[in-house]
Every structure is written in C-alpha cells, then in structure tokens.
Design a protein around this ligand. Sequence first.
Ligand SMILES: [Fe+2]
Ligand SMILES: [Fe+2]
Length: 167
Amino acid sequence: MDAIESLKQDHKRVLALIDQCEGDVAPEQLHDLGKQIVRELSIHAELEEKLVYPKVRVLPEAEANFEIVEALEQHHVIKLIIGELNGMRPDDDVYLAKILTLRDVLEAHIDEEEGEIFPMAERHMSKNQLKDLGRDMEEMRGKLEEQGPNLVVTMFREVAEQIRRMV
Ligand SMILES: [Fe+2]
Ligand SMILES: [Fe+2]
C-alpha cells in the first residue's frame, strides 16, 4: 500500500477508537480503548517522524520545512496528552476529558497533514517512491509492534524529559 493511503487509514482508525470512548462506556472498557489509542498514536507518530517527515521537509516547496516544524510541534502536544493518559486510571471524568481534548488537537493536526503535507508528498514523489516508503513503514511498524508496551514507556520518558527541559 502506498505510504499516504496507509497514514490516512491510521488516522481513520484512531479517530474511530476515540469515537468509541463517548457514551455509556465502562471504566475498564475506556481503559482498554485508551491503551489502544496511545499505542496506535505512538507507532503512527514514530513512522511519520522517522520516515515520512524527513522526506517531505526537503521537498522543493517554500512551505515544506515550516509545515514539518509545525507538525512536530503538534506531535509534541499530542505526546504530552498521551503521556499523561498512559499513567492514569480511567475512573474519573478527567480521563475522558483528556481523550476528547486529544481528539480536538488530532483533528486539527490531521487536517494539516491531509490538506497540506501529504499533497506536497504526492506532488513531488512518484507512485513507486510512495509505495517504497509504504513498504519501509510497514517494516518499521512490525518492529515497533514487537516492542510492546516498552515503546510507550520510552515515549513517556522522552516527554517527561522534554517537560523538564521546558521548566
Ligand atoms: Fe498522521
Ligand atoms: Fe502526525
């Protein structure tokens, strides 16, 4: 599958998981959904940051570099929220409030990616290049999935270090 199609599928999947959090959801079910959301987003962000963004950043378009800097800042905010979710129990309203806030941030970020960043890639990369990138993504996805919960723990530590540097 080409890289852009695969990223768009990830977006749909994670938004659908967030939709399932609303309504009459038992705390245990909410916790399971929260864990899946954290996991999906951790892997997705890693694929974009390591494989996709570096390629888009250097495309011959005036806004390419800035779009990626902005997207990375959005990832930073997303990671702060998922880092907090990862350490929480879902038994109060704050957990759901965080997930719904995450949705707002994600929707704005996805609009930027699908409206600005992915079209840049599609304008400058051939179908074969996008397919190769898609293959690299699936290979890295497989490795990240093998890491299990450790991936999220590592990310949480990175976020904690980022926060320490900011204060
Ligand atoms: Fe994305
Ligand atoms: Fe992203």
